[in-house]
Design a protein around this ligand. Structure first.
Ligand code: ADP
Ligand code: MG
Length: 297
């Protein structure tokens, strides 16, 4: 394509709410055949809310919310923000944690009011997932959340699981249409997430992604490997993400697309920014690249 055509293409992109880093990006956009979609904040709104609080036998609900909410106030994760806001709404002012460690892709750990508190995926407390969810009420809450496609996390302190918090996130109203458009353009959509398989499969079903194309329980550092594996199979891979956790995978992909509503780190690692955070703009970008390059060659 001529430089003029490429400039016109990038200018047209800006009108569509697609910021393109450089004219050469249009070429990789045209070539992609697999599009990897991060779940939280990309396919879903990422605006999570605390939907349910379930405590183990003998645990005080207000204490559980105070400790979990306090610990999560130190984290920026969407799950953490939902828990802190929900806890504060119910129990009022929260103490500050005296120490805090973020365990990427798993949860948080720290000291609140002299207790060692954890909030996150099963496995952070006690001797592993099975051990943690031994309490009947917690196990039932866990199963029910998964069947509804909701994210559940375990709250524990001093070595035992004390409760389960369920946070609800919603699929963006435009995500299903976006997946359909991407498929119509000949791209294969893949869902990639650190969340549990049952949750991921529910979201996939809602937007029309094949269960075989759901990559769940993927730790942040393994998201890059997931992209590389698809590339090794001969695919030109686009990755769409919004989080700090997605940055390395966005950089590894043949084409990185960041949600404009996402973190600066994700935007910096990407070739293209979807300003409005609407996944349909990913399909617009592919159409634009094909039109811009197709008419000139
Ligand atoms: P995603 O890939 O969907 O953006 P992440 O990799 O950020 O998700 O997190 C994966 C999972 O780890 C979350 O679904 C949640 O269960 C758990 N998790 C991560 N951070 C936190 C936190 N601050 N508090 C509780 N749970 C967390
Ligand atoms: Mg995300």
């Amino acid at each position: 394509a001529t430089p003029t055509a490429l400039l016109v293409g990038t200018g047209r992109g800006a009108q569509l709410g697609i910021l393109i880093k450089g004219p050469e990006v249009l070429e990789s956009t045209r070539r992609v055949d697999v599009v990897v979609l991060d779940k939280t904040g990309t396919v879903t709104t990422g605006a999570m809310a605390l939907a349910e609080t379930v405590v183990a036998t003998g645990v005080d609900r207000a204490e559980l919310l105070r400790l979990a909410g306090a610990l999560e106030s130190a984290s920026e994760h969407p799950v953490a923000r939902a828990i802190t806001a929900g806890a504060a709404a119910e129990v009022g002012a929260l103490p500050s944690p005296s120490s805090f460690v973020n365990v990427a892709g798993h949860g948080v750990r720290g000291e609140v009011e002299g207790r060692s508190v954890v909030v996150g995926r099963p496995g952070l407390v006690g001797d592993g997932p099975a051990d943690e969810l031994r309490d009947d009420a917690l196990a039932a809450a866990w199963r029910e959340a998964a069947s509804q496609g909701r994210t559940a996390v375990v709250v524990g302190w001093d070595g035992a699981a004390r409760g389960v918090l369920v946070v609800a996130d919603e699929v963006k109203p435009t995500s299903a249409a976006a997946v359909r458009e991407l498929r119509d353009l000949g791209l294969r959509p893949v869902l990639l997430t650190g969340d549990a398989r049952a949750v991921a499969e529910r979201v996939a079903a809602e937007v029309g992604i094949d269960p075989a194309d759901v990559l769940a329980d993927v730790l942040p550092e393994d998201k890059v490997a997931a992209v590389r594996r698809l590339q090794d199979e001969g695919h030109a891979v686009a990755m769409v993400g919004d989080g700090v956790n997605d940055a390395a995978a966005l950089a590894q992909a043949d084409l990185g697309l960041a949600m404009g509503t996402g973190t600066d780190v994700a935007i910096e690692a990407s070739d293209l920014t979807l300003v409005r955070g609407d996944l349909r703009a990913a399909a617009d970008a592919v159409r634009l690249a094909r039109r811009t390059l197709g008419t000139i060659r």
